[in-house]
Design a protein around this ligand. Structure first.
Ligand code: F6R
Length: 366
């Protein structure tokens, strides 16, 4: 049932190329620059007239929501807020019939997310769901939605759910952008054609497993780790840290790279591994200077860079290369090495990878 893999998590990491294809299949015609999503098409006016979109979710799904915020604001120019479902539901939020709420949940059973949906509906908002489990409570409770077609996710640490959630959010952002005239047809076509290359690029990235394993062996005994990223890859830093915490029980924090100097930099010494996403687009030079700041404090730098990078390679202790892609699509690639890294560290430490202590696959209590 684990398809020859030692753990469900590893199997699910490797299923991502197919899961991403299954998620966009039938929804995009790349060469024609067309995106079809019934849940969006049928409710287009709700989205186009929305004063803002509020994304609610928990955990990894919340991280996907943050990527969604960057995508929707950048591409479709609609204001987006992302909120933890648990905070949203208890803070007496201002919400009206002019708001569109997108709820994201792999299991479709998360109690806080479900309660947030009910609250939003009671205030008259239109609620759109992004779920993986067909027929789940959240899928039923929402007004419309789009499923991720990741297939069953058994490992408690979410992997393919995350990348397929981002896939759906990318399609939504582009669909809205194209409807609003924010993206030209040729640009949309080029973007979708690049999106079609992502599964193959993920596949290629999965082959760097041995290199990630080597890095895991070097840092597996670290008591603390820091993950840094900017822009589209800031949420990937948060997700990288969450994955490590969950299954290896190593304390890790994700931060926007530029925030480091406002506090976490005090933690840096020669014992602190810092995982930095430094891909070639989007604030590259700024991230390079963040890396220099770490280096001058003797921190250990493990950088995710774009193939062919030379600048970061000179300063970092280790680099992991990812294939070139559109900046907005890069989270689908940069997240892969972090998933593998957490997996290998947890295995090396003898932890229960698929069923980490204190965690359940769906959190149906608040
Ligand atoms: C992370 C993880 C949790 C879930 C969170 C939300 O690996 O498993 O953080 O992402 O409990 O779950 P869903 O997406 O089912 O609502």
């Amino acid at each position: 049932e684990k398809g020859g893999y030692d753990h469900f998590m590893l199997k699910e990491i490797h299923e991502q190329p197919k899961a991403i294809i299954d998620t966009y299949r039938g929804r995009m015609l790349a060469d024609e620059g067309i995106i079809r999503m019934a849940g969006i098409d049928d409710n287009m006016n709700k989205f186009l007239n929305a004063e803002r979109i509020i994304i609610v979710a928990c955990g990894t799904s919340w991280h996907a929501g943050l990527v969604g915020e960057y995508l929707i604001e950048d591409k479709a120019r609609i204001p987006v807020e992302v909120e933890y479902a648990s905070e949203f539901r208890y803070r007496n939020p201002i919400i009206t019939s002019k708001d569109v709420v997108i709820a994201i949940s792999q299991s479709g059973e998360t109690a806080d997310t479900l309660a947030a949906i009910k609250l939003a509906k009671s205030k008259g908002a239109f609620v759109f769901g992004i779920c993986n489990v067909v027929g789940s409570s959240i899928a039923r409770e929402t007004d419309a939605g789009a499923y991720t077609h990741a297939g069953p996710e058994i490992g408690v640490a979410s992997t393919k759910a995350f990348t397929t959630q981002i896939t759906v959010l990318t399609l939504i952002a582009l669909k809205l952008a194209s409807k609003k005239g924010e993206i030209s047809k040729p640009k949309l076509r080029a973007f979708l054609q690049e999106m079609q290359m992502i599964p193959k690029k993920v596949e290629d990235l999965l082959k760097i497993d041995d290199k990630v394993k080597e890095i895991a062996a070097v840092y597996k005994d670290a008591p603390n780790c820091l993950y840094l990223g900017r822009g589209f890859n800031f949420p990937v830093a948060l997700e990288g840290a969450l994955k490590l915490k969950e299954i290896s029980y190593i304390h890790a924090e994700g931060y926007p790279a530029a925030e480091m100097k406002h506090g976490p930099i005090a933690l840096i010494d020669e014992n602190m591994p810092i995982f930095v996403i430094a891909t070639n687009k989007g604030h590259y030079e700024k991230v390079v200077s963040n890396i220099q700041e770490i280096k001058s404090r003797a921190g250990k730098i493990i950088a995710i860079v774009t193939e062919g990078d030379t600048q970061v390679k000179e300063i970092a202790d280790h680099v992991i290369e990812i294939p070139e892609t559109e900046e907005a699509l890069s989270p689908l690639l940069t997240t892969i090495p972090f998933q593998l890294l957490s997996y290998h560290i947890a295995v090396m430490l003898g932890k229960n990878v698929d069923q980490p202590r204190n965690l359940a696959k769906s959190v149906t209590v608040e």
